[in-house]
Ligand binder design. Structure first.
Ligand SMILES: [Zn+2]
Length: 260
């Protein structure tokens, strides 16, 4: 059985001394404090809502020292076969890697990134591809709007050690992961580039490559440039897949020409 981790991180901003409010190019020597990890929330796909994990820097003596948080994250990533994150390929997982290497961690065992932003961009034309917009439009668990600390206030107050702000960060981060899981499950059947979860399962029985369900039925054939393949629809997630063995007879295969 493959393991899929749903993940969302929050980072602290870069702190800098600046001369003015706009049209400012901040030089590296103007930086007072570099960014670091502030919190993360994660959940194994298919587990109960109450099993959602959340860790943050609120109890750390030095808020900038995120080594403990990273160790927890490293262990989860090392266990994961797949990691679902919104803009995860360009943001979350690269940010995490940057902090890993700064702290001298070796890379965790390889995992495959499933990026819900890429699926949304690739298959739909939504007004916005931001997580807040997508979950608001499609999901029952919404990305919570910051209640008491709007926008940047939340980050500022967390850095200042305000426990109410940390409570809100926790709620916000957890809601993000719960709504991200819901969004992923909605997008999954549409994702034509989804990695195969059944390759990891290494099970002889036929199963849906997107969700692993054995409840699949054959429905017609998928025609590609090289031939005809049996086509399947999953009755669990309603995603489509196709067999790898051509259904054409040997003679048809021999005489089939490919445009060039
Ligand atoms: Zn399926």
């Amino acid at each position: 059985m493959s393991k899929t981790l749903i993940l969302d991180i929050e980072t602290a901003p870069v702190l800098a001394n600046v001369w003015r409010l706009f049209k400012e190019n901040v030089g590296l020597n103007q930086i007072r404090g570099d960014w670091h990890l502030l919190s993360f929330s994660a959940k194994w796909l298919g587990t109960k809502k109450r099993d959602v994990m959340y860790y943050d820097q609120s109890a750390e003596a030095d808020i900038e020292d995120d080594a403990g948080l990273l160790l927890l994250l490293w262990q989860l990533l090392d266990e994961a076969d797949f990691v679902v994150a919104h803009n995860g390929r360009k943001f979350d997982l690269k940010k995490i890697n940057a902090r890993f290497i700064v702290h001298g961690f070796p890379p965790p065992s390889p995992y495959t990134i499933i990026d819900t932003l890429e699926i949304a961009k690739g298959h739909f034309a939504f007004t916005s591809n931001r997580l807040a917009y997508l979950t608001d439009t499609l999901c029952t668990t919404k990305k919570s709007a910051h209640a008491q600390f709007p926008g940047f206030e939340l980050w500022k107050e967390c850095l200042a050690g305000n426990p109410k702000a940390w409570k809100e960060m926790r709620d916000y981060n957890i809601d993000d992961v719960l709504s991200l899981e819901e969004l992923y499950l909605l997008l999954r059947p549409w994702d034509t580039k989804h990695p195969s979860v059944t390759v990891v399962a290494d099970d002889e029985r036929m199963a849906c490559p997107k969700c692993g369900s054995h409840h699949i039925i054959q429905k017609g054939y998928r025609h590609t440039i090289v031939g005809m393949y049996p086509r399947f629809q999953c009755q669990g997630c309603f995603g489509w897949s196709r067999g790898r063995t051509m259904a054409n007879t040997k003679d048809v295969r021999k005489n089939l020409l490919i445009p060039s």
